[in-house]
Ligand binder design. Structure first.
Ligand code: TXA
Ligand code: MG
Length: 333
């Protein structure tokens, strides 16, 4: 079992040393915990794929501590991307650029593009800065499973596969970053996430939604199933539509549940109906329900606006693994 250390100057320095020597470290970001390696070291990145049991066709996101590091990794920075960086970096926004020679193919899964973001978390920034390398990091969960929003999620899922886990507490955003590709054809949403589409469109105008299963061939990681608990999930309009109930079902409620139905367990995302709070709690509620050995988890729909879009995206992916596996489609992350 890897050491799980509270993030402080000494443990971050130790983690940075591990990154510099080709090891892998789990660390907190504002979105979810990442599993990091030196992005310029192919062998270290290969260990990340291996630890997650992640297929090599699913590329990693490169994390930077400051914008200075970006120029060397990409061919060019389109003006709308620059405007978004000015407004939202550091923060839960990943941008996909044409990559430079410097970025190893294993990081981008052979694609000519690289995904980059600057996390808004002091531990992540300190770790990247101290290691002096860009850090390639997928979410620190086994491939296909729910992303970790707390250090103990990482410890229980990947504790034996990493060299060190930095504990920086609970992730404030709780959903993975929003991923955007900007090229000569326009701006494309590749994954809804912790930054709402409305906020992005307020800066650069219309963004085309390319996040559907087959919307765009060049958006790996966007096939249906992923972010899945081991317990089957079914989406319902509201708890009243759940059933028939045998007493072994859980409910993931949006605003709370006061009915009579015999759910074995209920988790509530946000009593006030606040989508930001709901997003921040989504994965930890799913982790809790998934640990109870239930037969089925009913999940209530949330409004399709702001962060609700990303929440519904994750719920739909959690609902669909059995379907996807049957059809033999890949189900990345
Ligand atoms: O919030 C986040 O983004 C977290 C934290 C750790 O930063 N990371 C994360 O990484 O969610 P991961 O590996 O779980 O998801 C990365 C997604 C994948 O769906 C992958 O396909 C997509 O990013 N991606 C990476 N490089 C890409 C590229 N060049 N073009 C299109 N999509 C890319
Ligand atoms: Mg992931």
């Amino acid at each position: 079992m890897a050491p799980l250390l509270k993030a402080d100057a000494a443990s971050i320095e130790r983690a940075a040393l591990i990154i510099r020597s080709g090891g892998i470290v789990a660390f907190p970001t504002e979105t979810v915990y990442g599993l990091g390696a030196d992005a310029l070291n192919s062998a270290a990145c290969a260990r990340v794929f291996e630890a997650k049991n992640r297929p090599s066709f699913d590329p990693l996101i490169v994390h930077l501590a400051d914008r200075g590091g970006l120029e060397g990794l990409v061919k060019s920075i389109p003006p709308p991307a620059r405007a978004l960086m000015d407004r939202f970096w550091p923060g839960p926004l990943t941008l996909v650029f044409d990559k430079s020679e410097l970025v190893p193919d294993i990081v981008t899964a052979g694609l000519p593009t690289v995904a980059v973001r600057m996390p808004a978390h002091p531990v992540a920034i300190e770790l990247i800065a101290r290691s002096g390398r860009p850090i390639a990091a997928p979410s620190a969960n086994p491939f296909g499973y729910i992303s970790p929003t707390r250090a103990d999620h990482v410890a229980s899922q990947l504790g034996d596969a990493v060299d060190l886990i930095l504990d920086g507490g609970e992730c404030a955003v709780g959903l993975e970053s929003t991923i955007l590709r900007i090229d000569d054809d326009g701006a494309f949403l590749l994954r809804p996430g912790g930054l709402a589409l409305e906020e992005i469109e307020a800066v650069i105008g219309r963004v085309a939604d390319a996040s559907g299963p087959r919307a765009r061939p060049n958006a790996p990681g966007q096939t249906a199933s992923h972010y899945s608990p081991s317990t089957p999930v079914r989406i319902v309009k509201s708890a009243a539509d759940a059933g028939p109930l045998t007493g072994n079902e859980g409910l993931l409620s949006f605003r709370g549940f006061s009915g009579e139905a015999p759910f074995a367990a209920v988790e509530t995302l946000s009593p006030a109906g606040d989508l930001r709070e709901a997003a921040a709690r989504l994965f930890s509620c799913m982790h809790r329900l998934d640990s109870l050995g239930l037969g089925l988890i009913y999940a209530e729909k949330v409004p399709q606006e702001g962060l609700g879009r990303a929440i519904m995206d994750r719920l739909r992916r959690a609902e669909s693994p059995s379907v996807d596996r049957r059809e033999g489609r890949p189900f990345p992350d």
